[in-house]
Ligand binder design. Structure first.
Ligand SMILES: Nc1ncnc2c1ncn2[C@@H]1O[C@H](COP(=O)(O)OP(=O)(O)O)[C@@H](O)[C@H]1O
Ligand SMILES: CC(C)(COP(=O)(O)O)[C@@H](O)C(=O)NCCC(=O)O
Ligand SMILES: [K+]
Length: 244
């Protein structure tokens, strides 16, 4: 069994895999990291490897303390990936984006793929049918948009995520919900349309903490898979073992 851990900038997600089967997944904050890993390893005693992909600021030591029980591996830029990296600054490309690109390449062979990860940031990653990673985009995520409106103005309240009543906000809160939620949905649809103008056929994978919330608000029909990063992490590690 493999325990995969994805350290994002907001939350930590983890899942236990038996080969390709996801047995259970977990979400927690970084303050509860050690306790959660300890409990997961206690429950899944056959776990042999702990595989970590981190873009957040969590000390490596928090994972290394489990080395007595499991082999700990941090996915890094030095690992083997199933795509050719066309990013001009490959060393600064987020490890989460590399893992998503790897998962898209392995799960959807020989086709153009667009991965959208709606987390702290919304990232777009494009891997073409020749398995070349082309790059994408980084934009603020839903929670970050609510927070920036509050943090960088004198009068705007900090609201939590809510479905907008409609397009035309009739109060401050309605206007904020419309601007944040409708705004991001239009932005994602806009990106998809622009990509389509240059590349007519590609599959779209939508993942991240806001994937399900956003999927129903998009003009494009997209199947959301919140566990895509964890599944991709498992696959990236299996690929590394086979190809190292
Ligand atoms: N309990 C929660 N705590 C924080 N964010 C949550 C929660 N449930 C859903 N979300 C949404 O998840 C998004 C963060 O997604 P996530 O994939 O966890 O980010 P990251 O991978 O960057 O840590 C936020 O924009 C927020 O709207
Ligand atoms: C863009 C990100 C902050 C996204 O992080 P997340 O929303 O998953 O927490 C992360 O992928 C990152 O730190 N990237 C480095 C810059 C780059 O990918 O080019
Ligand atoms: K993201």
């Amino acid at each position: 069994m493999i325990l995969t851990v994805d350290v994002g900038n907001t939350r930590i997600k983890a899942a236990v895999f038996e080969e390709d089967i996801l047995l259970q997944h977990f979400v927690f904050m970084k303050e509860e990291l050690e306790k959660n890993i300890e409990n997961i390893l206690k429950k899944f005693k056959n776990t042999s490897h702990l595989v970590v992909a981190s873009v957040g600021n969590v000390e490596k030591q928090s994972f290394l303390e489990f080395e007595k029980e499991v082999v700990v591996h941090f996915i890094s830029h030095d690992d083997v990936f199933p795509f050719v990296n066309g990013y001009e600054t490959p060393k600064t490309l987020g490890i989460d984006r590399m893992v998503l690109a790897a998962g898209a390449t392995l799960q959807f062979p020989r086709q153009n793929r667009l991965v959208i990860d709606a987390g702290t940031c919304v990232t777009f990653d494009f891997v073409n049918e020749n398995d070349k990673y082309l790059g994408g985009a980084i934009a603020p995520g839903l929670q970050l948009r609510y927070k920036s409106l509050h943090d960088f103005t004198a009068k705007l309240p900090l609201l939590s995520l809510q479905s907008p009543e409609g397009l035309v906000g009739k109060s401050t809160s309605e206007s904020i919900h419309s601007g944040v939620v409708n705004g991001l949905a239009y932005e994602i649809d806009g990106f998809i349309d622009e990509y389509r103008a240059v590349c007519p056929n590609f599959i779209i994978i939508l993942t991240g903490g806001d994937a399900e919330f956003l999927a129903k608000r998009l003009k494009n029909t997209i199947f959301a898979n919140s566990n895509f990063l964890l599944e991709s992490l498992n696959q990236t590690f299996q690929y590394k073992i086979k190809n190292d």
